[in-house]
Design a protein around this ligand. Sequence first.
Ligand code: HMG
Length: 386
Amino acid sequence: MTTPTGIDKIAFHIPAQYLNLAELARRDGTDPDKYHTGIGQTRFAVAAHDEDVVTLAASAAALILDDADKAAIDTVLLATESGIDQAKAAAIYVHQLLGLKPNCRAVELKQACYSATAGLQLACAHVARYPEKKVLLIASDIARYDLQTPGEATQGAAAVAMLISAQPRIAVLEGDSGCHTADVMDFWRPNHRSTPLVDGKLSTRTYIEAASAACADYLARGGLPFAAFAQYCYHLPFNKMASKTHQRLCQQHGIAFDPAKLEPGLAYSRDIGNSYTASLYLSLCSALDARDDLGGKAIAMMSYGSGCVAEYFALRIQPGYRNHLHSASHRAQLDNRRALTLAEYQHLWQRPDSSGHPDITFPADDNAPRYRLLAIEKHERRYGYA
Ligand code: HMG
């Protein structure tokens, strides 16, 4: 029998400020219902200037790790598409900030919003081979689009940290996955750009087609029947994308659409926005925090990254999983955020550019204790906890 492997701990960290989409609607003379009903979103998280994928990731990981975990972790995988360096892995900064042991590997993974799922597969294979070891897997992203473009309303930021182990206490990765890869220019970000190029309509069509193909491949490889799941979690660029895709898949597989098996996974995203690699795992946190009846049941996970790769797979939720969640921290982070004015949002949107200024220091925008980017000196990033 193969060793069960999967998610032993999971928690997210989000910025302490957000923008109400009603503010964007007011600025642009758009009906706010386009956002609230049309795309299913209310707010999005906005990163401070002293936050990046490293500080978000380290702050999320600090919530879940104890000394025994730190001693057992021999691999750190950080999935992101808003990285801070073209060569050095953000995972190395996180490894240092968390005080992990040096005899450890640290790598950054990229494939748009999909790569955390590749990380989950690699991590589970590793701990199946070495069941006494643990992998720290973090999905961390700041989703940005140009101002006054259709994508602007679908920004957001978050990191989800997961401890991957043998005999996990939250969720076991069960069976084979269904996969789909196709070369599509729906969303991409060339090296010279800080915001993506996106064909919004093509991206939504491609998402649905890729989800459908990955799900069909999952079934062809002997996966659980489409109707067998207690909860369906999707990559969430915006909530309506998941509702539309799920309705399409229900139709294709001849089952009735049941919102009670989808909506518990949408609550956090509605107020946080797209968090690229983290978004599917934020949906998992949302469902696990909201539902106390998932022990022993299977959750369907649909991971998508533009470009594009999709993977459809099953997680078997473990009895007693609720004893190991960080629901109170998640709630407190959401409740203690500050609403930004439009002017404050637009100021934060302009991320400091260090290319022409070798030295920048970052004053703290908030006083919540967390990891911070303190300065960039001679192109070197300095981090700390304050
Ligand atoms: P848009 O084109 O401005 O919006 O932006 P729209 O005109 O299509 O309206 C959106 C919905 O609101 C429509 O509903 C309207 O009818 C409705 P639908 O027809 O689709 O069901 N609507 C209203 N509803 C109620 N009251 C009203 C009202 N007005 C309109 N008054 C778009 C939409 C998705 C194009 C844009 O947000 C965008 O470009 N976003 C970025 C790309 C994106 O998120 N794509 C999703 C799939 S790709 C993906 O998930 C990968 C990604 O995460 C990146 C990665 O992998 O790295 C993006």
